[in-house]
Design a protein around this ligand. Sequence first.
Ligand SMILES: [Zn+2]
Length: 281
Amino acid sequence: MTLQLILVATFGAFIGSFLNVVIWRMPRGEKFAGGRSHCPHCGEMIVWHDNIPILSYLVLRARCRHCSKRISMRYPLIEALTAGVFALSWWRVHEQGQDPVIMAAVIYSAFGAVLVAASAIDFEHKILPDKLTLRTLPVIAVAGSLLVPTIHGTELFGHDLAAGGAMKPALASLLVGLVGGLIGAGAVWTIRAVGTLALKREAMGLGDVKLWGACGLLLGPGGAMLGLGVAVLAGGLLGVAIWVATRNREIPFGPFLAIGALAVLWYREPIREFVRTVYGI
Ligand SMILES: [Zn+2]
């Protein structure tokens, strides 16, 4: 398992390197397929051995080889985060007994990678691109529902849709996912509407509604509510901390939703158990 985790994390770091390109180009409307990487300061091409995730940043001591301008911390950070997302996903799908397990690892990792990119873009530009929330994430989530029904199961409001062969597991799982998407988007839409009334300004963007709808597709209705709870809690705690430290109230919610989604994807049962013991629900 250790060797597998190292290999998967290394692969994740290279995917993170690609995400850095997406994070830079997508909000600027540049095409991200094709074209070699270049330094954003001097425009010089970056040769392959200066483009190795995390390592090159350390070897070059965070400076461009040509113009010596600082390389943003974001690059190694995104690479390390993505490596972690891939490794944790690989480990958790095995622990959870997902079936088929490799397909589950691919779905978790792909979904997590897109969440990393969406979070970074939201953090820097305060936008969540429709390309990610309405296209990439829903496609991965629907594929997850169909190909790995164990991700959110086939149970809807206490009834197993696939019980006694009433429905094919893939179809039952897809229906559960669709309800999760509706409930997820509806819940965030409601918070947004109430928050906007209370604060008399836009509490959060429509992008958050779309993002949580996409996450609901993969988490199912129960997971969508559970993950939203984690996101609100994390956002509340960190938001207050950031506000106290910087007086900045314009903190994007997208990264917290991503944390909530991944927390439930990886640790659904322990979180549910915690809620059950503390709140009795
Ligand atoms: Zn340069």
